[in-house]
Design a protein around this ligand. Sequence first.
Ligand SMILES: [Zn+2]
Length: 443
Amino acid sequence: MSGKRSWLVVLFALPLTLGQSCSESLESPDTSEPPVVVPPVVVPPVTPPPPPPPPPVWQPKIFEPVEVTNKSSKRVLTADEIGYVWLIYCSGILSPPTIDQHGPDPTALRVDTNGPIASYHNIFCRFPIDGQSGEVRTALLNLFCLEDSSEGSDDGTSIGISRILEDWDPKRNFGEPWTLFCEPEWSFSETIDNYWVETSLVGQWYSFDITEPYQKWSSNEWDNYGLMFEARGWFGDFASFASAQYPDESKRPWVLTYHQPALQLKMPLPAGKAWVLTVEAGGESCLGFDKHHTGRNFYSLDFSYSSAKYDSDGKVRTSSEAVVPILAAADGVVSEVGKTSANGNYVVINHEPEGYSTHYLHMQDDLLVVNAGDYVNQGDCLGIMGNTGDFSEGVHLHFGVKWNNDGTKDVSQLTNEVTLEGRPLQDFKVNCEGNNYYTSTNQ
Ligand SMILES: [Zn+2]
């Protein structure tokens, strides 16, 4: 299918183009006969879908899409990933400390401009950035400030951040390639930013913004040879921070990254209606825990029509006569169209970035309008909400989101990087009082 269209348009157009329809009023194609050319006649829908107005007690509580601000990940750096090097600048005397096997105090990372015999301490860090499939919006290196000298200046230490341009090994003994430090030009590094560490920050966290190098490492624009932090300016200025071997683990260096959503889904149901959530991610429902929503179905949501009502036993009754089109939650390629005894008629769509998929279960018989291999746009019709499959106990949509065919709660990509109508999946909660509705912007 190509082009985004409303489900109503799909209802009219599909019988002419695909021989199948999202409307239950239309007959299934007879595959034993050659296709018949049908003149373009506009057929009004026989079963109009207007929902009955909800009773007053069910006044929709509308959740507006909000920007997700808490999608972040934290990486505590190891002693191999951050340390300091004591170097004697161009003296020809190369002392042997290696990174983080240094000095009298391995618990501190130090930058200074004037140690003995024109020596310097610089912080070096280099850490892998794998496993971050979402676009990084902000990356911060957080260091806990232990000490800061105002000697030689008024109120702090100027610290420059450089990206390192050449490969290096934190375990290598001082020597090669550290002779590079003695070159007239510091050709092994390139300054990318400067900071001023205030004396008043002693005993507090200091966040160095490393967004630019992080993004360029992620995009392979820069080779990830790490960063160097050095004191600049007045002789005598220094600052020290808790190292990766600092006794209090909570004060060790760490990198915080904020991500853009990798996959932004819309509700798989039409706009302009209110939808009730009967089972939330993790399996909670008004009937108790739903055993079909564990494991690989952990990030699955069950939606029903807004005319759903709860009986005295808490069971959801839905309006089975309504035609509810199921819409693609995002652009992608249909990877599976099938039917199983448990899932009924189902469709799976693979999305970009690779590895993400959405799953649509229990749709009505003979009304699936996509085939495996089809490219679908967000909002394209897939089929009609139904009650097929042994795991369905009423007309509803089981909507699953998976990554690498997994959907367990350990998959951080799902929690951090997939949003539904701008909100994390786990924000969608059942409300057994019956007054929680969710609205869609999909069409
Ligand atoms: Zn379900």
